[in-house]
Design a protein around this ligand. Structure first.
Ligand code: CUA
Length: 161
C-alpha cells in the first residue's frame, strides 16, 4: 500500500463516520418527532367503534364535568402515550365517576394508592366511581404495556379540599 492509498482509506473512513453520525441524528430526530406528539403518527387506524366513542359528547372534550353538588364526571381518553387530560383535579367528598376509553391500543388506567385500576380497551368505555375524603396528589399510570412510550404514560390526579 503506498501513501496515497493510505490517505484515501483515511478519507473514506472519515466520510463513513460522518454519514453514520448523520444517519443517527436523523433517526433520533424521527423517533423524537413521533414520540413528541401522541396521535400524530397513529399506529393503529381508528375502527368504527373507537371513532364513534371519541366523537361522543363525553369524549369529544375529555375532562372533569360537574354533574351535581357533590358529583363529578371524569372522562379520559388514553392514547399512545398519554392520558387526555394529563392532569385531573377533583374536590374531596364528592362522587367521582370515571369514564375511560382508548383511542388506539389497550392501556391501563391505574391510580396507585386507590381502588381505581381499569383495563382500557379500544371500542369500549370503562366506568368506575370513587369518593376521596382527603386531599392528596396521586399519579395516574398506564399499567398495560402499550408500546415504546409506555413507561412515559403518566398523569396526575389531584384531590383538593
Ligand atoms: Cu398506555 Cu402503557
Amino acid at each position: 500500500m503506498n501513501g496515497r492509498d493510505a490517505n484515501l482509506k483515511k478519507y473514506e473512513r472519515r466520510w463513513f463516520v460522518i454519514a453514520m453520525a448523520a444517519l443517527g441524528v436523523l433517526l433520533g430526530l424521527s423517533i423524537w418527532w413521533m414520540m413528541s406528539a401522541p396521535g400524530r403518527f397513529p399506529t393503529t387506524p381508528l375502527t368504527d367503534p373507537v371513532r364513534k366513542i371519541l366523537r361522543s359528547p363525553m369524549f369529544r372534550h375529555p375532562g372533569v364535568t360537574k354533574l351535581g353538588p357533590h358529583h363529578y364526571r371524569v372522562a379520559v381518553v388514553a392514547h399512545q402515550f398519554q392520558f387526555e387530560p394529563s392532569k385531573i383535579v377533583v374536590p374531596v367528598n364528592a362522587r367521582i365517576d370515571f369514564y375511560v376509553t382508548s383511542a388506539d391500543v389497550i392501556h391501563g388506567f391505574e391510580i396507585p394508592g386507590t381502588d381505581v385500576n381499569i383495563e382500557v380497551i379500544p371500542g369500549y368505555v370503562a366506568h368506575v366511581f370513587a369518593t376521596y375524603h382527603k386531599p392528596h396528589d396521586y399519579l395516574v399510570v398506564c399499567d398495560q404495556y402499550c408500546g415504546i412510550g409506555h413507561q412515559n404514560m403518566i398523569g396526575a390526579f389531584d384531590v383538593v379540599a
